[in-house]
Design a binder for this molecule. Structure first.
Ligand code: NAD
Length: 395
């Protein structure tokens, strides 16, 4: 059988401890005609040493050897500028490329004739794609870790404790955004004994929140600003995601949430709208109304903004009124073994879907491939990403 050779890189981003493929997945790829090269030390940050990969049947190579020999390079993030400059026509790259945020990278990959495959576009509601859903596996880790980060920064207990030294009331945790990360945060905070409430702009999230034993904070009616006469606003968009709210709806939402924010001891925010900056849910005014010792963990904090007015990615600040705001950045990388194991299963499932007879078979007519394929044959394959410039790769 022909063998497709894939290469597992050592991630280059500072603080990135995950690895795209763990030794446990190599056997099933081998059976499908996939040979695996692993860059020296690629799994060390997630506690998968080189000899575990070698025992599983992989060949340990240098970064240079990997770039030259691999037909397809697998990674957690996108390629570094240095690696991009070495990719050759016909070579493929699989990762989480965040193409909407990195249009320059997408153009360059197309220009170089690289087949770029990214998990971001996976159709998540297609049931056969669920085992490939890296956004879900990593959001689950982020939601779990966000609660631990909050508990660590919080000066009190999460559970109610009755001891000889007195009774401690449970922490009130408020989760904003009840998608994958938010639901995992709700479950984790409940397991730690907190009293949990949550809010999401998609009405469908109501049932999910209730099923985890948390209260749903319903401010839908307050958002009906454009003559809605108290009718609850539906914030659902396409593909199970939320839509971007109008400026007036956003203001109404911030005002309606402020009273709930002020009552919370701990807030975890996870709200995202694909291709847009994260919505601002907690204003500076709302933070000022919180009690000293309260904690906010903003999972949406990024260079594009966040859900909380004062949060900065990778930074923890304490406001004048004693609120700790953690701008959480790449939390999955801080639980690297579990996050890598999940991501690796997603990588293997997607590859097994795309590899036939030991070859990577690109089929844009396939619903899953149409979602994950970003560039192929010198072109940008997703219309939303196509470069409109006259000299762009699709011109
Ligand atoms: P996401 O990361 O895009 O956003 C997180 C949450 O923020 C979402 O629940 C969204 O509704 C919410 N949000 C956005 N704007 C908001 C605002 N202004 N106010 C309050 N909340 C706001 O979403 P995700 O976690 O990746 O999940 C996206 C969708 O995909 C969800 O509907 C989820 O249930 C669905 N999903 C389905 C499957 C499946 O069917 N197997 C798997 C994974 C995810």
């Amino acid at each position: 059988m022909t063998m497709l050779t894939i290469g597992v890189v050592k991630e280059a981003t500072p603080g990135e401890h995950r690895v795209a493929l763990v030794p446990g997945e190599i056997g099933k790829l081998g059976a499908a005609g996939v040979a695996v090269l692993v860059e020296t030390g690629a799994g060390a940050g997630a506690w998968f040493p080189d000899d575990a990969y070698a025992k599983a049947g992989a060949e340990i190579v240098t970064a240079d050897e990997l770039c030259v020999q691999a037909d397809l390079i697998v990674s957690v993030a996108g390629p570094t500028a240095e690696m991009t400059s070495r990719l050759r026509p016909g070579q493929a790259f699989l990762g989480t490329l965040t193409p909407l945020e990195n249009p320059g990278l997408v153009c360059e990959l197309a220009r170089r004739g690289v087949t770029a495959i990214s998990f971001d576009g996976l159709p998540r509601t297609v049931s056969r794609a669920q085992s490939m859903d890296a956004l879900t596996s990593q959001s689950n880790v982020a939601g779990y870790k966000a609660v631990l980060v909050a508990a660590n920064a919080f000066g009190r207990y999460f559970p109610m404790l009755i001891t000889a030294a007195g009774t401690a009331r449970p922490a009130r945790v408020f989760v904003l955004g009840a998608g994958v990360a938010g639901l995992q945060a709700i479950g984790t905070a409940r397991r730690l004994g907190a009293v949990v409430s949550a809010y999401d702009v998609r009405p469908q999230a109501h049932e999910d929140v209730k099923s985890l034993g948390a209260d749903f904070v319903d401010v839908g009616a307050a958002l009906a600003v454009d003559g809605g006469a108290g009718r609850a606003v539906d914030g659902a968009g396409e593909g199970g995601y939320a839509r971007a709210l109008s400026a007036a709806e956003q203001r109404a939402q911030q005002e309606a949430l402020a009273a709930h924010v002020a009552r919370a001891d701990v807030i975890i925010t996870t709200a995202q709208v694909p291709g847009r900056p994260p919505p601002l849910l907690v204003t500076e005014e709302a933070v000022k109304a919180m009690g000293p010792g309260s904690v906010i963990v903003d999972l949406a904090a990024s260079r594009f903004g966040g859900n909380v007015a004062l949060s900065r990615p990778g930074e923890t600040i304490v406001t004048e009124n004693g609120v700790t705001i953690v701008g959480a950045e790449n939390l999955p990388a801080t639980v690297p073994t579990a996050a890598s194991a999940g991501y690796s299963r997603n990588v293997a499932a997607l590859l097994l879907h795309m590899v036939r007879g030991g070859r990577l078979v690109i089929d844009p007519a396939d619903e899953i491939q149409a979602g994950v394929l970003v560039t192929h044959d010198g072109r940008i394959t997703r219309p939303a990403l196509a470069d409109p410039r006259p000299d762009g790769p699709n011109s």
